[in-house]
Write a protein that binds this ligand. Sequence first.
Ligand code: CP
Length: 311
Amino acid sequence: MKKYTQISDISNLSETIKEAILLKMNPFEHKHLGKNKTLVMLFFNSSLRTRLSTEKAAKNLGMDVMSLNVNDAWNLEFEDGTIMNAGTSEHVKEAAAVISQYADMIAVRAFPSLMDRDKDYAEMVINSFEKYATVPIVNMESATAHPLQALADAITISELSEKARPKVVLSWAPHPKALPQAVPNSFVEMMIKMDVDLTITHPEGYELNPEITKDTPINHNQEEALKDADFVYAKNWSSFSDYGKILNTDPNWMITKEKLGQAKFMHCLPVRRNVIVEDAVLDSEQSIVMQEANNRTYAAQIVMKEILENL
Ligand code: CP
């Protein structure tokens, strides 16, 4: 692997999942790989899991880690040819090249504006780092994708599925704020590559990018969609068609124990209790959100291991 900015950077998904599960049993086996190598993590936005699990993964591989909250540095310019006489102080051309002198790998988190769909889906931040850095880039959640989360989700389903082809339902759930489509986009993209029976359920108007969902069945009746599910993945996202807008806050879309049936409950976290999902689900044995969060480490570790092997 040369970089991990999108799921398609994984050449053999089933092999990568298998190797990640093996890494869990012996996480320090490849500590020599990262000796004298440095990961620089750049955060344009908040994080708990991604920051800590990626750092832990890098340290398991023997790497040194430096982390920068980009808002504490100079305001970056991303447009070409700008006369920089206003709010931005440094161009990404210089910033990415400079950071590349300090790092062997750069991981970037940068959320969307949710104001301009074309701009967000052009992925200017992560693509600019990929263009101007001279070291591999890892996506820690960009405007439209969260491929490390999706890999952790795939590992979790592979580990915990009791069926060869489980029924997986991605369900929209309400949230008071407009949220990105990155997590559901990557989850759908990943599930399409796996041997699962995937259904998406959401209120009308919340269709994700059809280039991502392709021919995945969409059911606007949540209870019908959830019937006989093995895994229910809850997530809020804002509208793709009426870009970035909240069109529905109906609390009846919250996941309850009754709706969940016998399924296992998944969410990328952080999750708003009793808004996205009721306490009775999160506090039950059916919730596998902790296993998912734990797998963030091994998703990051397998990706960085493969990149280190290609440096
Ligand atoms: N799931 C996830 O990416 O969590 P953080 O936003 O806390 O990193």
